[in-house]
Design a protein around this ligand. Structure first.
Ligand code: KG4
Ligand code: ZN
Length: 350
């Protein structure tokens, strides 16, 4: 099954062609970061306009790279939330037009679900429910197995999910204030390092000492998170320290380590409490090199298996949307396409 997917929830215009939910034939991403950098964050109106300019060429490029024609496409998948409503609308309109003109199903995908399914790209999950439907278990390569705990960390969300099967999610905890990615972006902005902060801090932290400054590690009850305190800790530290201010790499390395400690600790605790052998990482912050390394190491030490998406599928991309759409479609006995009346939902929940 060939799925053409479109993702425009934020500031990346992406289109992908994915075969059978895991084989990525193309994954084209056009980033708008250069346009938003000067404002220190995303300007929603600019984002929507930029999507309009590039959505068609990006889709064309995705088909060309996949050596596919529109007539080869079996279904069109699209992110319909959560995200910026104007941005979502552009992808939805493009997807609806293509699905309608080809008379093929339109599959609306939750962006957060897409991030989780990035773990299944190039590695189909070993799922009892799919095997039951006649799939050959011998063809299924080792992948993440249900039930698993997923740490979903992006610019807008930070959640720990229990994923019991396809489409069966339980939210165990979420951030009570800033998302982890948002904290990276805000700290970088405060330190004058640029936008987006995550990749900049990731790089700069390699030159610093993560033990140089002892920022607090907030641990709200259960599996909830709180990152605004760590962010304020950085602001207070810099404002209250006599000049010259300490080495910036030390500050960002210490900040990053505080965030990672909390994320890893709670994820492992959740995996154990819910008897999950597998742990998956998802969302833009899963591109963080230290988080990837430390989660893998800690999971290994605790007898858990950590699954981390390939780097290119961590931040927003359409391949992950195609993957989620494939399993959404496959797990309905009767194909269950979205209606062409599908609307964007800015605060869509999982
Ligand atoms: O998933 P994503 O691309 O978009 C949303 O759905 O929000 O995540 C973007 C977030 C941004 O906050 C960005 O700073 C963060 O992911 N990010 C990182 C890294 N790469 C991107 N955070 C930490 N380290 C990174 N290497
Ligand atoms: Zn995202």
């Amino acid at each position: 099954m060939f799925i053409l997917a479109i993702e425009t929830s934020c500031d990346e215009t992406s289109a992908a062609v994915v075969k059978d939910g895991s084989e990525v034939l193309s994954n084209v991403i056009s980033s708008q970061i250069e346009f938003h950098k000067k404002y220190g964050g995303i300007v929603p109106e600019v984002a929507a306009r930029k999507h309009i300019e590039v959505v068609s060429p990006v889709i064309k490029e995705a088909l060309e790279q996949a050596k596919a024609l529109l007539k080869d496409i079996d279904a069109v998948a699209v992110t319909y939330g959560p995200g910026l409503v104007g941005s979502l609308l552009v992808g939805l309109c493009a997807a609806k037009a293509i699905a309608w003109s080809l008379d093929k199903p339109l599959i609306g995908v939750n962006h957060l679900e897409g991030h989780i399914y990035a773990n299944f790209l190039n590695s189909p999950p070993s799922s009892p429910s799919l095997n039951k439907r006649g799939g050959n278990p011998n063809e299924v390569r080792e992948g993440v197995s249900f039930p698993f705990t997923c740490l979903l960390v992006s610019g807008g969300h930070t959640m720990i999910m229990l994923v019991e099967d396809h489409g069966k999610y339980k939210t165990l905890g979420r951030t009570r204030d800033d998302a982890a990615g948002e904290a990276f972006d805000k700290v970088a902005r405060f330190l004058g390092l640029g936008y987006p902060g995550g990749p900049i801090i990731d790089k700069l932290a390699k030159e610093g000492n993560p033990k140089a400054v002892k920022f607090t590690r907030p641990m709200p009850d259960g599996y909830d998170f709180s990152f605004s305190g760590i962010k304020t800790g950085v602001v207070n530290y810099v404002s209250n320290t006599p000049h010259p201010i300490p080495h910036t790499p030390d500050i960002v390395a210490s900040f990053q380590q505080a965030v990672i400690d909390v994320l890893v600790e709670k994820t492992i605790r959740a995996a154990k409490e819910y008897n999950c052998k597998d742990v998956a990482l998802a969302g833009g912050v899963s591109a963080n090199s230290e988080l990837r390394t430390q989660l893998l190491t800690r999971c290994g030490a605790e007898g858990l298996t950590a699954h981390i998406p390939p780097f290119e599928y961590c931040t927003d991309n359409a391949a992950m949307i195609a993957c989620a759409a494939y399993y959404q479609h496959a797990s309905h006995p009767i194909p269950h396409p979205s209606s062409l009346a599908l609307s964007p939902i800015a605060s869509l929940k999982l």
